[in-house]
Ligand binder design. Structure first.
Ligand code: UDP
Length: 428
């Protein structure tokens, strides 16, 4: 398959019609330059999305670039606090922290190449750049990957004035949309089925990867793949596994690396190791950011995949597992229920006890695992592969450019627009 254009490979998965729609939008977009901006080149879901999408945009003949903003430990402490604040935990932004954020915007505004017609700003880290770098004719779009349904008010008050300077905002789910004076669009994230993280693995590759992780053996594997972040609740997974272990012999694997911009990882890894040590049969694997084939193999080798997050924007890891026809036990939070429809594409839970109960149920019922896994793969094929998200981005980009050109950029509170152009009434 190597060498075959990605678009041709998608054709086989998605059919001609879907690809024709993407090509039609790309035709309209050509001639404009698109610049993506985020805060990490690797680690975390946004980098994962952008890596695959840049390939697709290139094949579509779109002039696109990806700029990664820089930062230091102080800035990442602030942006992690903002991240947690947007997820609802009061961030306690001091005057000094606010100044750290602003100062970094000045540095990055002078450094980054923001010469596109459409500038897509991913998440809060680069959200302040718009105030310093927006020039006439450009459409700046804020693409939010975070669950904003119940943010800490003070954190949102800090960020909102910058968000409002953009031409439009994109959210992953309707419940995340905030009242804003700019149009909001919905576009859930997506995965690249041809990336090393998700592609089919030959038997030999699979065995090698599993061996390299030290996971050979007969016992069923239960796994969660996630950064060591409290909101991913790795310790909660250990506690759920402790309950499973009373009834069934199994191994729990918690695999995670760290994102460049996540300063809490080391602490949470320690907490996880300590909890794991008390339970036994738990492997805590700290993986480098490029361990894609290993993660692919681990997901494929797992009898049950957990995503027991406490808050979550989307969790690409869920789509990754579903794509591999895995049976999943996942929290009903954030964007996860877009992917897991309870009892159809996986099992939703709300507690440690629930996670243990459903994992045991899956361990005992291979037929149920197969049924959920098959339906999960089809759900991802239809909704969460990259051509769909790329199409959404191009459509929002074109809409925002048209608004700029006609001078109809909304000033006051505007109705909420959905991608189809339907009006969804004013924001709550
Ligand atoms: N991931 C990885 N290595 C790890 C942990 C996670 O490559 O050790 C990947 C994971 O497979 C997924 C992405 O990083 O593709 C995480 O995206 P998600 O949306 O699940 O969570 P985020 O980290 O963005 O909160």
């Amino acid at each position: 398959m190597t060498g075959t254009p990605t678009l041709d490979r998608y054709q086989a998965l998605l059919g001609t019609q879907e690809l024709d729609r993407l090509e039609a939008l790309a035709r309209q977009f050509r001639g404009h330059r698109l610049v993506m901006v985020n805060s990490t080149a690797s680690g975390g879901g946004v980098a994962e999305i952008l890596r695959g999408m840049m390939v697709l945009l290139g094949e579509l003949g779109i002039d696109a670039a990806w700029e990664v903003m820089g930062g230091d430990a102080g800035f990442y402490r602030v942006t992690k606090a903002i991240h947690n604040g947007l997820h609802g935990r009061p961030a306690g932004l001091t005057a000094e922290m606010r100044e750290t954020y602003r100062a970094r915007m000045e540095i990055e505004a002078a450094r980054l190449r923001l010469d596109g017609d459409v500038i897509m700003i991913h998440d809060p880290q680069p959200a302040g750049l718009v105030a310093l770098r927006r020039r006439g004719g450009q459409a700046w779009i804020w693409r939010c990957h975070i669950d904003l349904s119940a943010p800490d008010p003070e954190t949102w008050e800090f960020l909102e004035p910058w968000v409002a300077l953009h031409a439009a905002a994109i959210f992953s789910a309707a419940a995340f949309v905030r009242p804003l004076p700019i149009p909001s669009f919905l576009a859930p994230p997506s995965i690249d089925p041809f990336a090393d993280k998700n592609r089919e693995l030959a038997d030999g590759e699979m065995q090698n990867a599993i061996r390299s992780l030290g996971l050979e053996g007969e016992r069923p594997i239960l796994a969660q793949v996630s950064r060591f972040d409290r909101l991913k609740d790795p310790v909660g997974v250990v506690h759920a596994f402790a309950r499973v272990k009373r009834r069934r012999d199994a191994v729990l694997v918690l695999a995670g690396g760290s994102a460049d911009d996540d300063p809490e990882g080391v602490e949470v890894l320690e907490e996880t190791r300590s909890a794991a040590g008390k339970v036994g049969d738990v492997r805590v694997l700290e993986l480098p950011n490029d361990a894609n084939v290993e993660i692919n193999a681990l997901q494929r080798a797992s009898t049950v995949v957990f995503q027991k997050s406490l808050r979550e924007g989307f969790a690409l890891t869920v789509s990754e597992a579903l794509w591999k026809r895995r049976a999943t036990v996942v929290s009903a939070v954030g964007g996860i229920p877009l992917q897991v429809i309870h009892e159809r594409t996986g099992l939703l839970v709300h507690s440690i006890e629930g996670a243990a109960f459903q994992a045991l149920r899956l361990l005992e019922r291979p037929g149920l695992r197969r049924r959920l896994g098959e339906a999960g793969r089809e759900h991802v094929r239809l909704h969460f592969l990259q051509p769909r998200e790329t199409r959404d981005y191009l459509a929002v980009g074109l809409t925002a450019l048209a608004q700029q050109a006609s001078g109809t950029l909304p000033h006051a509170r505007s109705p909420l627009l959905l991608p189809s152009g339907r009006r969804a009434g004013g924001p709550a």
